[in-house]
Design a protein around this ligand. Structure first.
Ligand SMILES: NC(=O)c1ccc[n+]([C@@H]2O[C@H](COP(=O)([O-])OP(=O)(O)OC[C@H]3O[C@@H](n4cnc5c(N)ncnc54)[C@H](O)[C@@H]3O)[C@@H](O)[C@H]2O)c1
Length: 217
């Protein structure tokens, strides 16, 4: 099945399966059933079997899924079986934190270039990465074959940065700025919103009033 026909919900669950499967592999566990996956990930086993059936018949009745094989398949479907270089724009507080975290990842998907428009930031080291000026963005993206961009600039600058990333050939953006970006329909945007996630959690606090459950969504 072609990856563009897979629903967004399934695509978003695949990395969740992958993280757990990687953990099983580290613990040298060779097989896993959809029941075990469901239990650990708080998902319906039937849903998991349906998700995985999209990509072929991996499971063996009574034995379950071969962990290594499933990891290989999911990585292939998510295109993580190839090196994916990521550019980050905005080497401020959040940009530093993300780039620092990323430095320790042993993964094929990594932040390989960091940019900032503020001259004193340019040349600063974040682990092995050196903050580059915006003027170098286009060339670096081409040279490194970068296809994904992360935006960690103030909201007032996010659209401007998105436009530059799109002009430079970026295909997908993870946007941390609290603003809705306007980009061509071919560009995939995912928004990461710490503030609204946190604020919506406040609704579920036990404040002595009525209980809120998922049924009320
Ligand atoms: N989504 C989240 O979970 C989350 C959490 C915290 C912050 N944020 C958002 O992330 C963004 C960054 O927050 P921060 O606290 O790191 O801010 P910050 O001020 O510490 O960093 C912003 C950086 O962007 C750079 N910058 C500004 N304009 C630029 C441009 N046009 N081109 C390139 N670089 C530019 C600045 O020089 C600075 O280094 C903000 O939009 C903030 O609202 C999001």
């Amino acid at each position: 099945m072609k990856s563009d026909k897979i629903s967004e919900a399934v695509v978003r669950r695949l990395p969740v399966y992958l993280r757990f499967l990687n953990d099983l592999q580290k613990r040298e566990i060779a097989t896993v059933s959809s029941q075990e996956l469901g239990q650990k990930l708080d998902l319906n086993p039937a849903q998991i079997r349906k998700d995985l059936a999209y990509f072929g018949d991996f499971g063996r009745k009574g034995i379950g899924y071969d962990v290594s094989y499933l990891i290989e398949k999911i990585r292939h479907i998510l295109k993580l079986d190839q090196q994916i270089n990521v550019a980050l724009v905005g080497a401020g507080n959040l940009g530093h934190a993300l780039s620092n975290y990323n430095a320790y990842l042993k993964d094929t998907m990594k932040i390989t270039a960091v940019f900032d428009s503020y001259a004193p930031k340019v040349g600063q080291k974040i682990n092995s990465l050196t903050v580059q000026p915006m003027e170098e963005l286009g060339q670096t993206i081409r040279e490194q074959g970068i296809r994904i961009g992360i935006i960690t600039v103030p909201d007032s600058e996010a659209q401007n940065v998105a436009d530059i990333l799109v002009e430079s050939g970026i295909e997908a953006i993870l946007n941390f700025a609290p603003v809705i970006l306007k980009t061509p329909p071919t560009i995939r945007i995912h928004a990461a919103d710490f503030t609204t996630d946190l604020q919506s959690l406040a609704y579920y606090l036990h404040d002595g009033k009525e209980e809120h459950t998922d049924e009320q969504q």
